[in-house]
Design a protein around this ligand. Structure first.
Ligand SMILES: [Zn+2]
Length: 256
């Protein structure tokens, strides 16, 4: 690994550390800038050496020094993901808007997914804020024009209604939340209308695969009442497309 990519990884880890603050505080209505980081178990403010991405978690062996409560595995996971994705985009696109825009979208998707997993909601600050960012950045985007971004956002919201109707048809109950259609509108605003089709398809494949895996591990019957939130699957679908854009043409080859 070159020094440049190592630096990208370290900066990505710090971005992930900040994203963890957003994931913890935003759905709880707490300020993101103040106070300093604290232990969610006992509320004690963290010293600098307890707040180093990845290393502190390893050094503390995943427990708070005072109250011994376990630290969520989400902290090192989010930090690691943000570091690896920073390396991926910078390695492929260099320091450019072409790297920055998909990285920003990835961060929004990671935050949305982990908040959805824990709380079953996706805050508007992420989806609608992200939608505005996607539309605002579209004049500089190498992927699409501002008009395509706008159409993408509308198609994303519209596709939700179709998805919701489909889910209602197969499961006989509401399965998609309001946050899901705002999330899909945000993805459409960043990536345009045509990419929504492979993303929703990939999300369904991930959803099926992970639901089966979870059912196998927990030895539950699939017809069990509790369903997983769909937001993380949509995010996984979008991130799969960002990492491997060829999957779009592989799944849906141009017909002319
Ligand atoms: Zn503690």
């Amino acid at each position: 690994m070159t020094p440049f990519l190592l630096l990208a990884f370290l900066v990505g880890l710090c971005v992930g550390s900040f994203l963890n603050v957003v994931i913890y505080r935003l759905p709880r209505g707490l300020s993101i800038v103040a106070p300093r980081s604290f232990c969610p178990g006992c509320g004690r403010p963290l010293r600098w050496f307890e707040n180093i991405p990845l290393l502190s978690f390893l050094w503390l062996r995943g427990r708070c020094r005072t109250c011994r409560k376990p630290i969520s595995w989400r902290y090192p996971l989010v930090e690691g993901l943000c570091g690896v994705m920073a390396v991926y985009f910078l390695k492929n696109y260099g320091i450019s808007i072409q790297a920055a825009i998909p990285y920003l979208l990835t961060l929004l998707l990671i935050a949305a997914s982990f908040i959805d997993l824990e709380h079953g909601i996706i805050p508007d600050q992420i989806t609608l804020g992200g939608l505005l960012a996607g539309l605002g950045l579209s004049p500089f985007s190498p992927f699409l024009s501002p008009r395509e971004a706008l159409v993408g956002a509308f198609c994303g919201a519209g596709a939700f209604y179709l998805l919701g109707a489909y889910y209602f048809w197969i499961r006989g109950r509401e399965g998609l939340g309001e946050g899901d259609y705002k999330l899909l509108a945000m993805i459409g605003g960043f990536l345009g209308p045509l990419n929504l089709i492979p993303i929703v398809f990939l999300a369904s494949v991930w959803g099926l695969f992970i639901t089966l895996l979870v059912a196998l591990v927990r030895r539950e019957r699939l017809s069990g009442g509790k369903s997983l939130p769909f937001g993380p699957f949509l995010s996984l679908g979008a991130i799969t497309l960002l990492i491997y854009p060829k999957v779009a043409t592989f799944l849906f080859p141009p017909i002319y």
